[in-house]
Design a protein around this ligand. Structure first.
Ligand code: CTP
Ligand code: CA
Length: 223
């Protein structure tokens, strides 16, 4: 079903996809992470493969299986994800669907933290590299099309547009993840695609359908 079409519109294109959460260790048995099943990222990888692309799929520890036929690079942390992404360049397009942890624990311990009568551990954090921003602002080997995601709970279009401009990507796929929408963790997604031409609201649909539509748009833009 997800076989690469040798003669699809994305034939000969190399496309990078990030997916899933990152895990940032606290100690050898604990971590902090964002919520992400990896479902949307996997669906995007499959849809691109179905149009004939060569897909490099850089994924954190997600529930969703990586798309069959992709070159899969598995990572745990944001720093590892950045390294993997940079090592996978050049690419014709890059889609950043991963839910990257914004912070890592700078005081991570090599040994398991133990409960103690003396009180609870205090974690110190450092900011993780912004992978989307780093790739968007590269001088050399910047993919011709860089697409970010913006999951927002408030002022979705304003926040997503500001994010696109701040990071320097070309398109951003915005979605409203406020609890009332029931989007988080579900099968469906309701997105707004923001491009150079403005904001387009797509109807609520299956994550696979969002992925297929996005892949079509990518193909139209790259060919
Ligand atoms: N992203 C990334 N590296 C990071 C953080 C985010 O590549 N360290 C990417 C995500 O994969 C997504 C986009 O940037 O495509 C937006 O992520 P988001 O968390 O919405 O943006 P942030 O800049 O982290 O802003 P916020 O404070 O809203 O979390
Ligand atoms: Ca973030």
């Amino acid at each position: 079903i997800e076989a690469q079409l040798s003669d699809g519109p994305l034939k000969g294109k190399r496309i990078l996809v990030t997916s899933g959460p990152t895990h940032e260790p606290i100690d050898p048995v604990r971590y902090i992470a964002n919520r992400s099943s990896g479902t949307q990222g996997t669906a995007i990888g499959r849809a691109l493969l179905a149009l004939g692309a060569k897909v490099v799929f850089v994924t954190g520890p997600a529930d969703a299986a990586a798309p069959q036929g992709a070159e899969v690079i598995r990572v745990q942390t944001a720093q590892q994800m950045l390294e993997a992404v940079e090592s996978a360049l050049p690419a014709d397009a890059a889609i950043f669907a991963a839910a990257v942890a914004d912070w890592r624990v700078s005081s991570a311990s090599d040994r398991k933290l133990k409960k103690s009568k003396d009180g609870m551990p205090v974690l110190e954090f450092a900011e993780n590299p912004d992978i989307l921003r780093t790739v968007s602002q590269r001088k050399a080997e910047r993919p011709a099309l860089v697409i970010g995601f913006a999951a927002e709970t408030d002022d979705v279009i304003e926040n997503a547009t500001a994010k696109l401009l701040r990071k320097g990507c070309d398109w951003i796929v915005a979605n409203d993840v406020s609890p009332a929408t029931g989007i988080m963790g579900g099968r469906e997604n309701a997105v707004t695609l923001i491009t150079e031409a403005g904001a387009e609201d797509w109807p609520r649909m299956d994550k696979d359908a969002v992925a297929r539509q996005l892949a079509q748009r990518i193909a139209a833009r790259l060919t």
